[in-house]
Write a protein that binds this ligand. Structure first.
Ligand SMILES: CC(C)(O)[C@@H](O)C(=O)O
Length: 594
């Protein structure tokens, strides 16, 4: 279906350029060799990429391989031509040393594909944690029409009559195993029960959080994020997404029209209401910076902490993805936030309509799972951004601070929300595992477990290791959680109330490098501070004596990454992240290849 605007499609410069027959023929002939006709390629139909993140190495996204056929149907029905291509795999549960290392690699690869091939628009298939930010960062940089198709969560897992949620069940089973309540086989079977079907984590982990925020940003069709992977609605959504991207190309509706400052503000508010992963600030800041939008941790501190928790999903609540979807999913949450006056309703979305327009007609949700703004699960549930004499910033997710933890650490009547704790410091997860059960460490109920050298440079990649559990001796006495702090990250599926994403990290001389076991640390949530209780002189002496650690790169990419990566507070991007904005518009198309 060629339309009057076909002439402006960038794919024309590849496939229909009579002024350079040699070049045009070269571009055409190889794309014809598997059956596409010259007529199709020269008809002026938009060429739509399907950025395929699924593979056998990426089980969370693997069903996109099948869903892509419905995307293709939608594209074809609207007169487009689909071309599917692979994205570098990013599987959170598979990739060592951490999938976070590969987010920027997948981003770079996708930018090259979107920029260097004849694509007029792209469907971004997302799912596992880093696939969403990698795809959105690339779409932002290249700024061609783009739409997110989430793969959706797995079906709800069940174990012995109780819901078993992805990741969350692992952290619980670790404790049960440590307390001697379950054996190795039961551990494996319990955890495997949380993964009953295709799809990504069924908890409000990083995957469901980031896909929900992609929808809150306006980058997917309404209702897309929460549909479980195996549901037939997932196929319908794939078809509709394929149809819609063709319209977006004709309208030239680009990421820069959608991912605006207002949209990122909406996402911060949505994240708090969802009880979303503590990884979200990192990824949303990274996406915004690649879009050229001024969006920082200050926005998370300004907009998030006073927003209530509305969604009763693990790890902050009880339910899993199927219930969240049935209750109304992201549109139901956005409706609550809009009615409460907390959203920028005019923000544009992939539908070509505003958030507010999209929400017209959204029904009252199931109130057991998605609460009314006025009667939430928890008031003031967003993220608090902390700073102090040890670091410039860190994030704590308020929605996972439960009543028991609050009573134990934050309820001193003389100093509510303030606690002094003794630090026990680990050099990384190996050191933690080696030593945590050693009674000489002196871990007790007022210990702050600290882990360092786990940031973007140190690990490398910024590992999900901060949610350390107490030693077995404490767990068997009923103390299942201790406060933790680290320059690494934490799984979005963990309910550990940790101080995370500490910036700057220890490996580049951040304050955590200067800590000693036995140091006293004051956490003051009222003033958003964490301070080491030693004199400035003592701190300065320790700084002067600090020796930069020797970092060993195991792959070429690790070396490149370590040389360029920034800190968690600014999105752990390759710096300078804002050097390449809106590249086609600002730097033009690539030269011909022959
Ligand atoms: C559970 C995982 C793998 O750690 C991740 O998906 C997350 O939620 O952060």
């Amino acid at each position: 279906m060629a339309t009057p605007d076909s002439a402006r499609l960038r794919s024309r410069r590849w496939f229909d350029n009579p002024s350079d027959p040699g070049m045009t023929a070269l571009y055409l002939e190889r794309y014809m060799n598997y059956g596409i006709t010259r007529e199709e390629l020269q008809s002026g139909k938009p060429i739509i990429g399907i950025a395929q993140t699924g593979s056998d190495l990426s089980p969370c996204n693997r069903h996109h391989i099948e869903l892509a056929s419905r995307v293709r149907d939608g594209i074809r029905d609207m007169g487009g031509i689909p071309l599917e291509f692979p994205v570098h795999p990013i599987q959170e549960t598979g990739k060592r040393p951490t999938a976070a290392l590969d987010r920027n690699l997948a981003y770079l690869g996708l930018v090259e594909v979107l920029h260097g091939y004849p694509l007029d628009g792209v469907v971004l298939t997302t799912g596992c944690d880093k696939t969403t930010p990698a795809c959105l960062m690339a779409a932002a940089t290249v700024n061609i029409p783009a739409i997110v198709l989430s793969g959706g969560p797995m079906l709800d897992g069940w174990w012995k009559g109780k819901l078993a949620g992805s990741g969350t069940v692992v952290w619980d089973a670790r404790k049960r195993f440590s307390a001697g309540e379950i054996d190795y086989d039961e551990f494996m079977n319990n955890v495997a029960s949380s993964a009953p079907s295709v799809g990504h984590c069924n908890t409000m982990g990083t995957a469901l959080s980031m896909n929900s925020l992609a929808e809150a940003l306006g980058m997917s069709l309404p209702g897309c994020a929460a549909i479980p992977g195996p549901y037939r609605e997932r196929g319908w959504m794939s078809y509709e997404t394929g149809r819609r991207i063709v319209g977006m190309v004709h309208e030239n509706l680009r990421p820069s029209d959608i991912m605006t400052q207002e949209a990122f503000e909406n996402a911060v508010v949505a994240a708090a209401a969802l009880g979303a992963s503590s990884n979200c600030p990192i990824h949303m800041i990274a996406i915004a910076r690649h879009m050229g939008v001024d969006h920082t941790l200050d926005d998370w501190q300004r907009l998030g902490p006073k927003i209530p928790l509305l969604v009763d999903c693990q790890p902050a609540g009880r339910y899993l993805g199927e219930s969240f979807h049935r209750a109304g999913g992201v549109p139901a949450v956005m409706r609550e936030l809009l009615l409460a006056g907390k959203l920028n309703g005019g923000a544009m979305t992939v539908t070509g309509k505003s958030i507010q327009e999209n929400l017209e007609g959204v029904q009252e949700p199931d109130r057991d799972v998605i609460r009314k703004y006025q009667s939430p699960l928890l008031d003031d549930a967003g993220y608090i951004v902390l700073s102090g004499n040890l670091f410039d910033s860190a994030v704590i997710k308020i929605s996972v601070i439960d009543a028991e933890f609050r009573a134990r650490f934050l309820s001193d009547p003389a100093h509510p929300n303030v606690v002094d704790l003794k630090a026990v410091v680990f050099e990384g997860p190996e050191d933690y595992h080696d030593r945590i059960e050693n009674p000489d460490l002196g871990v007790d109920e007022m210990t702050l477990l600290v882990i360092r050298n786990c940031g973007p440079v140190g690990y490398p990649g910024g590992a999900e290791v901060v949610n350390m559990q107490p030693p077995a001796s404490l767990i068997s006495r009923g103390i299942e959680t201790l406060p933790t702090m680290g320059d690494g990250r934490q799984s979005g599926t963990s309910a550990s109330p940790s101080i995370l994403n500490v910036t700057p990290e220890a490996a580049i001389g951040g304050g955590l490098a200067l800590l000693n076991t036995g140091d006293m640390i004051r956490i003051d949530l009222n003033n958003c501070r964490v301070d080491l209780l030693v004199s400035d002189e003592e701190l300065a002496q320790r700084k002067a004596a600090w020796v930069k650690p020797q970092l060993v790169n195991q792959t070429p990419w690790e070396e490149i990454y370590r040389g360029m990566v920034g800190q968690h507070a600014t999105g752990a991007c390759l710096e300078p992240a804002t050097a390449y904005l809106d590249v086609i518009q600002k730097r033009g198309e690539s030269r011909n290849n022959h």
